[in-house]
Design a protein around this ligand. Structure first.
Ligand code: SUG
Length: 420
């Protein structure tokens, strides 16, 4: 049976705060802070476990091998010779944000009736531009069943593609044909627009989507300038509901009208700027919640603690739940370590609508498997990393060894290699 599976990226042992993402305010603000990789991974595992307990299907992707020496070699450098900036780019644990791994079009939407996945090229940010090779490999393993899946290599540069973080699917229910909305940005403000229109249009073509049920929507310049480096920082969709900030889109009326035409049952929950400012929305990651349908049929938001700590945001949420709105439950999680790099609950997961039985079981989470990963994280993940530690050969060795142990534990030793 087709169901939504959330594949979370397990946080890698090199998680650190090197301030690499221009336009991502949390990443810039926390540059130089001491990170806590073990806590970061445990926080992510705890969210996965809770979602499993809520009756949701849960998958996972492995953290990528870092430092990425193969990438450095292609740049004519080694870890010892590379300057601090290049070295930090080789050490980032950014693949944890699985919403940027790929764009996914479920089987009911595509011409050949298979679920299509295109790995994201992430070309805009150097530290993320070398993720796609291993991402593609993990996707090819997890979704190897070609009767049900088609996995595509990224759109070629220079067209920037950041995956599902800029893609929304609205549908009566997950198993019915959906309307897919591709959200792109346009440069002009202080920060780069990471998702290019050409890349979005290419992915829609590659996936064989029906043009009549596909929309391209432009992110508002003010949202990007306020720090919404991905659309999923200001909007999220689930089944018939679009939950969005008033200032997320350049032409909100056009988008809403287009959705109503294509999906009459659509329900648009718009949070006005007068209730929650863009600044509060972005600082709290209100919209970077996972909007999920529980087995009861009711919808819930899986939120970061920062949403509860931001008075205007929490007041809006409480009023919504007390009223007749479609969101009936609020679940709050401590994801502080990821949040400090601009990654909330929704960034940490890639949604795939599929029958879990058709996915390679090594990528499917169970409580026992999560217990095993937790034990390994407690034993091998560094407790903390200061930016100066990134120059330490002992840290490089520890990170490679910790991840190798995880690959072995999950029976995915084929991922313990250089991807360049
Ligand atoms: O690409 N942060 C990530 C956060 C990604 C969030 N994903 C979604 N919105 N779906 C990024 O900016 C910080 C890395 C650093 O500064 O070390 C970073 O890459």
């Amino acid at each position: 049976m087709l169901t939504e599976i959330n594949f979370d990226g397990i946080v890698g042992p090199s998680h650190n705060y090197a301030g690499l993402s221009l336009g991502n305010l949390a990443s810039a603000r926390n540059f130089g802070k001491v990170s806590r990789p073990r806590d970061a991974a445990l926080q992510g595992l705890s969210k996965m476990r809770a979602n499993l307990e809520r009756g949701l299907a849960q998958g996972m992707f492995l953290p990528q091998r870092r430092p990425d020496e193969g990438w450095l070699h292609r740049l004519g450098a080694s870890l010892a010779e590379a300057g601090p900036a290049l070295r930090a780019n080789a050490l980032s644990a950014s693949s944890m944000w699985a919403a940027n791994a790929a764009t996914v079009s479920p089987a009911p939407d595509t011409a050949d009736g298979r679920c299509h996945l295109t790995a994201a090229n992430l070309v805009t940010m150097p530290h993320r531009s070398h993720e796609w090779r291993e991402t593609l490999c993990q996707l090819q393993l997890a979704f190897a069943d070609t009767a049900h899946f088609a996995v595509h290599a990224p759109v070629p540069p220079p067209f920037g593609d950041e995956g599902a973080a800029n893609h929304m699917r609205l549908c009566a229910d997950h198993a019915s044909p959906g309307v897919e909305v591709f959200v792109y940005g346009e440069a002009g403000g202080p920060f780069p627009a990471r998702q290019h229109r050409e890349a979005s249009a290419a992915v829609a073509r590659i996936h064989g989507l029906d043009p009549a049920r596909t929309m391209l929507a432009r992110q508002s310049g003010e949202a990007i300038a306020a720090g919404a480096f991905h659309n999923d920082v200001v909007a999220v969709a689930n089944e018939r509901v679009l939950f969005t900030h008033e200032q997320a889109f350049a032409d909100r009326e056009g988008l809403y009208a287009g959705l109503r035409d294509r999906l009459p049952e659509v329900e648009i929950v718009e949070v006005p700027a007068s209730a929650v400012s863009l600044a509060d929305a972005i600082a709290s990651y209100l919209f970077n919640a996972q909007l999920v349908t529980l087995p009861s049929g009711e919808m819930a938001l899986v939120l970061p603690g920062e949403a509860q700590e931001t008075p205007a945001v929490w007041a809006w949420l409480e009023a919504h739940v007390a009223g007749n709105g479609p969101i009936r439950h609020l679940f709050v999680h401590d994801l502080r370590e990821s949040m400090a790099n601009g990654g909330g609950p929704a960034c940490l997961r890639l949604r795939v609508v599929a029958d879990p039985a058709t996915v390679d079981p090594r990528f499917i989470a169970t409580p026992e498997k999560l217990d095993g990963i937790e034990a390994l994280v407690r034993a091998h993940w560094p407790e903390q990393i200061a930016v100066e530690d990134l120059a330490s050969p002992a840290l490089w060795r520890d990170c490679i060894a910790a991840r190798a142990a995880l690959c072995a534990r999950l029976d995915l030793r084929e991922l313990d290699r250089d991807f360049f």
